[in-house]
Design a protein around this ligand. Structure first.
Ligand SMILES: [Fe+2]
Length: 295
């Protein structure tokens, strides 16, 4: 067995794609020594009012992978997103690659399978994904070793993926002036989120951190990249040595004021299926449910 898979000398190329409709950042990460790449947290477009889906954002990712002559090996979800739909299966159809998520997906499927009253045909074993990562699991993107670490709190199945000197934190952290993501969804936990953030902040100072979301607080331009050192010093929720107790109170007080994300109902139904739409009925049509007072 090798020692820690941390390798700060490896500097993967990171291409960011901002989705204006959901403030999500998707990434193409390229192994510096081969043509291999991974896509992290892709977005499928939805006009929820019209019940219409589209693939403009995913097509931009696909076009970029092709344009750079890359080979897609992994399609990673940092967690089951509640604010946008994943385009993982659409991208896989066009470019191949394996779809991976944290093994905690089974807990999320159990929770939301109940909330959406899914029948027995909805498997709650993570089998919609090609790979289920456990804490510390390593995998290869070309010649580059990546590893996944459990960072629950925002959801029970959140993971941070580390590739050389770049870490993709999902919603475990926001930019320093954005703080952290909410921890009040089913299975979320502010104390667990604090502990997970400490794990991320224990990575080397110079580790580049890439956010899944940015909302441009106080009117600043959208940004998605920072470092461990910057977060440790300046993060408005956890920086400057704020205690666990202080964070939990701040997080829970703030979460009590937040509305549900606009796309939570379609997002969960699609993302818990690995980005697949619910199965078609006898007429061949597909529907999303709205549980009344169910969330
Ligand atoms: Fe999220």
């Amino acid at each position: 067995m090798s020692a820690s898979p941390l390798d700060m000398t490896l500097h993967p190329e990171v291409h960011a794609f901002f989705d204006e409709a959901t403030n999500t950042i998707s990434y193409i990460v390229r192994d510096p020594t081969s043509q291999a790449c991974a896509i992290i947290d892709s977005v499928m477009d939805i006009d929820y009012a019209a019940g219409r889906i589209a693939h403009d954002h995913a097509d931009a990712l696909i076009g970029a992978v092709r344009g750079m002559g890359l080979r897609l090996e992994w399609i990673i979800e940092t967690h089951v997103h509640a604010d946008h739909l994943s385009a993982a299966p659409y991208i896989q159809q066009q470019l191949g690659g394996r779809i991976g998520i944290g093994a905690g997906i089974k807990v999320v499927q159990e929770t939301f399978g109940k909330i959406f009253n899914e029948g027995t045909e909805f498997q709650r074993d993570g089998s919609q994904f090609d790979a289920l990562f456990e804490d510390g699991d390593t995998y290869m993107i070309g010649n580059m070793q990546a590893f996944a670490m459990d960072t629950p709190g925002h959801t029970p199945a959140c993971m941070t993926h580390v590739m050389g000197d770049a870490a993709f934190v999902g919603d475990t952290l926001f930019m320093p002036d954005g703080g952290s993501a909410r921890a009040d969804f089913p299975g979320g936990d502010a104390g667990a989120l604090y502990d997970s953030i400490q794990k991320v902040l224990a990575l080397p100072d110079g580790m580049r951190l890439f956010m899944c979301h940015d909302y441009g607080p106080n009117g600043r331009e959208i940004r998605w990249e920072t470092t461990v050192a910057e977060e440790r010093a300046y993060n408005i929720h956890v920086g400057g040595g704020r205690t666990r107790e202080e964070f939990v109170k701040l997080r829970n007080d703030r979460d009590a004021t937040l509305d549900m994300p606009r796309l939570i109902i379609p997002s969960l139904q699609v993302n818990m299926r690995g980005g697949q739409l619910p199965p078609a009925d006898a007429s061949g049509k597909r529907y999303l449910k709205v549980p009344i007072n169910g969330l």
